[in-house]
Design a protein around this ligand. Structure first.
Ligand SMILES: Nc1ncnc2c1ncn2[C@@H]1O[C@H](COP(=O)(O)OP(=O)(O)OP(=O)(O)O)[C@@H](O)[C@H]1O
Length: 315
């Protein structure tokens, strides 16, 4: 058995445009999602997250490349591949005339789960919908529908649960409840993959984060490691002297001259601290007139990771 719950190699997707001019949504990505991980697939709108998930779910046909789910190739062994994954889609799609209980029973039937092995009531209780078991699905709130979709994805007890943007339109209280259940599943050994465009969400929940942007994986590393990069700050130091180039004393830092009187220096916990930078400025004989800092946000990280300098490191 492979140690990866999901293994993606050279996965490419072009939407439409059989005669050329289609939309390149995935550029041939590689991605390993370790068994037992809580994995975040992070990226801005249109990055290619849903396309990746939908290919794994068998809802979108890939253009090139391969994917294995729990060791089963999605082309060679689609039944086994699908049996090992549960997917909670982004869209809340329902047959409004089924009750939650019926919906889970039908889904279990579709996966060939024998009646005596079904866990309909257990699942409804787990997602706090037992009291709605026999209500029409159309009467459920958005949050209830989302929870029902999680229960639906788990009817065949798959070792991998994928949640595509699970908190879109979900209030804070419900979000906590949802995460509580997801954490519980994870503690019981389920590999969890969630897509989000909120860094905070991935940061709070995931042990590993991959960042996807314009159809490319631009980073994939343990959350802690990634956050160190995000810890990066830019200090802008204004000086009275006119600057034409970065003084020698500041060359060990990643720095550049902005205008006639400003130096911008990038620092992170791992390479320097503010004190060292200020000491270097003074050693250079410059007179500081002002200092400001810019925290790096996710948008900056995307920009950094997609620039050529960082691209090599990420690959
Ligand atoms: N059915 C489709 N036909 C044509 N283009 C599509 C289709 N589905 C997605 N795309 C395009 O492919 C790219 C990737 O979309 P995808 O939905 O995978 O991104 P995403 O990261 O999931 O974004 P979001 O966070 O908005 O869901 C986007 O440019 C999108 O417009």
């Amino acid at each position: 058995m492979t140690k990866n719950a999901i293994e993606i190699r050279g996965l490419k997707k072009v939407y439409g445009g059989k005669k050329g001019g289609g939309k390149l949504a995935l550029k041939g990505i590689d991605l390993d999602i370790p068994q037992g991980s809580m994995f975040g697939l992070l990226g801005p709108n249109g990055a290619g997250k849903s396309t990746t998930i939908n290919i794994l779910a068998g809802l979108v046909n890939k253009t090139e490349g391969s994917a294995k789910i729990w060791g089963f190739d999605i082309d060679d062994n689609p039944r086994n591949a699908r049996a090992n994954i549960g997917i909670v889609p982004q869209e809340l799609t329902f047959d409004a005339f089924f009750t939650p209980r019926e919906m889970l029973e039908v889904q279990a039937g579709m996966y060939g789960v024998k009646p005596e092995e079904r866990r309909t009531e257990e699942l409804l209780k787990a997602v706090h919908l037992f009291d709605k078991a026999d209500a029409y699905s159309r009467t459920l709130s958005g949050g209830m529908k989302r929870r029902l979709l999680i229960a639906k994805a788990m009817v065949h007890n798959p070792p991998i649960l994928v949640l595509d943007e699970p908190t879109a339109g979900v209030d804070i209280e419900l979000r906590q409840m949802l995460w509580e259940y997801v954490r519980e599943l994870h503690a019981r050994g389920t590999t969890i993959v969630l897509t989000t465009h909120y860094l905070e969400e991935a940061e709070e929940l995931c042990d590993t984060i991959a960042i996807i942007n314009h159809g490319d994986v631009v980073a994939c590393e343990p959350t802690e490691q990634l956050l160190k990069r995000i810890d990066e700050k830019e200090i802008v130091i204004s000086v009275s002297e006119k600057l034409t180039e970065v003084p020698d004393e500041l060359k060990p830092f990643s720095s550049d001259v902005r205008g006639d009187h400003k130096l911008a220096v990038q620092i992170s916990q791992v390479n320097a601290n503010v004190g060292q930078v200020l000491a270097a400025v003074q050693q250079a004989g410059l007179t500081i007139t002002d200092i400001s800092t810019n925290e790096t946000d996710l948008e900056d990280i995307f920009l950094q990771l997609t620039s050529d300098k960082h691209k090599d490191a990420a690959e």
